[in-house]
Design a protein. Sequence first.
Length: 301
Amino acid sequence: MIPINYHHLYYFWIAAKTGRIGAASRELRLAQPTLSLQLQQLERSLGCALLLRGPRGVTLTAEGRIAFDYCERIFSQGAELTAALRPGVASGSAVLRLGVSDSVSRGAVTQVLEHLQKLDAQLRVSILGAPVEDLAERLGQHRLDLVVSQIDFTPQLGVEFAGRLAGSIPVYFVGTPKVSERIARFPSDLARVPMMLMSLENPARKEIDLFLCRHAVAVSVDVETEDSELIRYLVLRGKGAAALDALTVREDLAQGRLRKLHPRGPAIKERVWFINGRHPKPNASLRRAIESLTDRFTLRV
């Protein structure tokens, strides 16, 4: 006799991945009350709660995370079995679900993708760009495999998740050659030009504000956004000065389109973290890719 109803276990897996009972019921083509009842029957048969219901959907309990890890192995390997037996489909193919914080340098993300391509040309990468809060929630629900973020939010997720600092990127104050002519004394002359900065919640922005406060410089901030490419676009068109990471402006500095407004860097850094769950991935290619990033990868600056 099989003690677990595997239909119910599959329903739980889908509900945990989608994060909402309503979304899971639509995917499974079940009425929402029916799905809720069968999830309750699974919890009763296992003798513990697996899901916590809330206004923003469902989250996993500690026991639910354990059950979800087993489901990942069971049903992911079932999908691999189907693929392996299907003519013309490469076995062992995998998809890395990568979450990227809106504020992370596009240059850093490009290096991550290049590293993965060299490691395994068959590996597919699905990228979700979102605010840190959304990425943390999705990672906690095991709907992402790895998150690239400017902050380490593992303390809020618990000991089953790990964070690793992948690198620190210098932040420069930059402007066009015409704008740089107005900055004879740095940083005091920054008060003479409009400034374009990342949003107040950005970790590097907090260091910038502290630097300006230490030097008693009151700047006029005309643009605040997490879109570093938008800031770069505006500063290239002479709209003012900006504080941007070295990877974003590297080519512009090399070609003379932008100039650093200081002879030495102000020691402000944009930090890039890799955050993932500690549970092993059933797919060998996926497991190897995540281990390579979290164990050996370092950003090139």
